[in-house]
Design a protein. Structure first.
Length: 617
């Protein structure tokens, strides 16, 4: 790839001097009557130089295209269990899958839908009929053609099996899916859903290759041996507990990616990650403490991007065990936690208190009239006394049902901020007379114990408390966020998962309201019902919200550039995957191409002179 910025000036200088010297020699030869070189040589040389100069805009334009190459190493916070678009459970799995699989539509950092596998979509005036037109010349990583048969297979697999965990509720209202031709597929709904429902809930599902999945049980197949997708990166290797190695999809149908190889490196600690970043072994790092951020500010090769993440960290108390299933107990726990202090100490001053409604505190669907739970130890102690959880023997610890209250708090030991937060929560509980023992585990074990894998197994729901986080399901842009989290008919609120174990009449009421919201097209009615949901959640506290994540991402600026940044998006997002590229070409690329151009020019001129001289002889 030629970049005019890397045009070797010394070669221009050498060429110009050679031209001047040759012209002088040509004049001497002419005087001797040997050949008339000066005019011919001057014309050819000037023509060649004019070609180079007139081509500069072209070269410059080409130079603006990123160079292909480089090995990009980025951190991965935890390992995965499965790599199936039908059954993945964690954000880590979703992050890895997104590199290898594409959907018809992808939302950018500004929350706007962008066509990916499709080049366009159309819907009729009632929103009941949609047609998606796929891009031509799209291929799976194994070289097979991707067409509407694959889309049809993926969508009808979801449609026919309500037990698939990643199945959208919108499939309950699909009337018919029809392949119109190799690049056009039609979906008809039983009613006219909101366009954002179709684009977020339906068209953003990762498409799988029919020829590899048609004989698989999609609810059990883990897809970890050699996942084949159509996305920007190709799976090469997974070393469990260490890294994923991906390679550039050279046949990708969009611009990019430009990185030849990408490593998703599991980083054990922030300190280890910062050292790797500082010596150029890692390109990005998130959530560094202030002291390391200060060190980074003195490094000219490291820049930063600060943002609010659409991620809420919560305290999950297992409602299947008393007194966690008592609403007043949960309210007292939240009142007894100084969340501002947690943000300052564990979160390095970044982020916001999470609303009691578990919604992001911005956007059109947030109800800012919902009462919250201010830090108030006296009020928390009074609430505990009122429900009979008291320190009857005056030993500093409260008892309930005749025994002292002791809770084991599970937390991911791989994420220091979570461990610090859990430790701080335990110290606040001590002020309430409640003993909490922090138990750091590998995230894979936490996720399994709290029910994140669904199904049935011996360890499921074997916990008292946990500290974890939820992506907020686009609560700043989509009214169905509450359904995704709390609706008992959907995945995460269902009895198969239901991580907090929330039960009762209020759960049913929230389910009914969110079901109505999903099919409601009147925006005013949607807002009214969603406000009702938020008030119920804030009162009941199925989850005990702690904070909205505020983050700072450090990144090196000396090797790669092109990171796409959003106000609620980190650096390593889908748009960045296609845009990040080397700052400079790998050694030899620019120099060799330009040298070749000039060498060809000299050969052309030399060839002409040689032929001319032979004729004169």
């Amino acid at each position: 790839m030629l970049n005019i910025n890397y045009f070797p000036e010394n070669l221009i200088y050498t060429y110009t001097n050679s031209l001047t010297s040759a012209l002088a020699k040509g004049q001497r030869y002419e005087k001797k009557g040997m050949i008339n070189l000066n005019k011919k040589f001057l014309k050819l040389s000037l023509f060649f130089m004019a070609f180079l100069m007139s081509s500069a805009p072209f070269f410059a334009a080409v130079g603006q295209q990123p160079f292909v190459g480089g090995r990009l190493v980025v951190p991965l916070s935890a390992d995965i269990h499965v790599l199936t678009p039908f059954e993945y459970g964690t954000t880590y799995e979703g992050y890895v899958l997104g590199h290898m699989y594409d959907s018809l539509v992808q939302y950018d950092v500004d929350n706007q839908p962008q066509p990916v596998l499709c080049e366009s979509w159309w819907y009729n005036s009632t929103y009941e009929k949609w047609i998606f037109t796929l891009r031509e010349n799209t291929f799976w990583h194994d070289g097979e053609v991707l067409d509407t048969a694959d889309v049809y297979f993926t969508w009808t697999t979801f449609l026919d099996d309500p037990t698939i965990s990643r199945r959208s509720w919108l499939y309950n209202y699909v009337d018919e899916i029809t392949v119109l031709n190799a690049t056009a597929i039609q979906v008809e709904f039983t009613y006219g859903p909101k366009p954002q429902d179709v684009l977020i809930e339906f068209a953003d599902a990762w498409i799988v290759p029919e020829h590899l999945w048609n004989d698989k049980d999609v609810t059990t197949y883990a897809n970890i041996e050699n996942p084949i997708g159509s996305g920007p990166f190709v799976f090469e290797e997974w070393s469990p507990g260490q890294y994923f190695r991906l390679s550039r999809n050279a046949n990708y149908y969009l611009d990019g990616p430009w990185v030849e190889e990408k490593i998703l490196q599991i980083v054990p600690t922030i300190e280890a990650g910062f050292y790797a970043l500082s010596v150029g072994e890692l390109e990005t790092l998130t959530d560094v403490p202030p002291e390391l951020e200060l060190v980074a500010q003195n490094d000219p090769n490291i820049d930063s991007h600060e943002y609010l993440d659409d991620y809420i960290m919560y305290l999950g108390v297992n409602h299947r065990r008393w007194p966690n299933n008592v609403t007043a107990f949960r309210q007292a726990i939240l009142q007894g936690i100084d969340r501002d202090a947690i943000i300052e100490i564990a979160g390095f001053g970044r982020g916001l208190e999470a609303p009691a409604s578990m919604s992001l505190p911005w956007g059109p669907y947030y109800d800012d009239t919902i009462p919250d739970y201010a830090y108030d130890v006296l009020a928390a102690n009074a609430t505990l006394d009122s429900i009979g959880i008291t320190d009857s023997d005056a030993d500093g610890y409260r008892e309930g049902n005749g025994t002292e209250l002791t809770f084991r708090l599970l937390v991911s030991g791989e994420y220091q901020q979570s461990v610090d937060t859990a430790t701080i929560i335990a110290s606040y509980m001590r002020k309430l007379g409640i003993e909490v023992i922090v138990e750091p585990l590998l995230w894979a074990n936490v996720w399994k114990r709290i029910g994140g894998l669904g199904g049935t197994y011996a360890e499921k729901y074997d916990y008292d408390w946990c500290f974890a986080g939820w992506v907020s399901f686009w609560s700043d842009m989509h009214p169905n966020w509450a359904a995704w989290m709390f609706n008992e008919d959907l995945k995460w609120g269902s009895d198969n998962y239901n991580i907090p174990g929330w039960e009762g009449a209020y759960r049913t009421q929230v389910t009914d309201l969110t079901n109505e919201i999903m099919t409601e097209t009147d925006e005013g009615v949607v807002l009214t019902k969603l406000d009702q949901v938020q008030h119920i959640i804030a009162q009941e506290l199925p989850y005990i919200p702690v904070r909205v994540m505020g983050r700072i991402a450090l990144y090196r600026n000396d090797s790669f550039t092109g990171w796409v940044k959003g106000p609620t998006t980190g650096l390593d997002n889908w748009e960045s995957w296609l845009a990040v590229h080397l700052v400079e070409p790998e050694e030899g690329d620019g120099f060799q191409v330009m040298t070749a151009v000039i060498a060809v020019g000299f050969l052309l001129v030399g060839s002409f002179l040689l032929k001319r001289r032979r004729r004169l002889k």
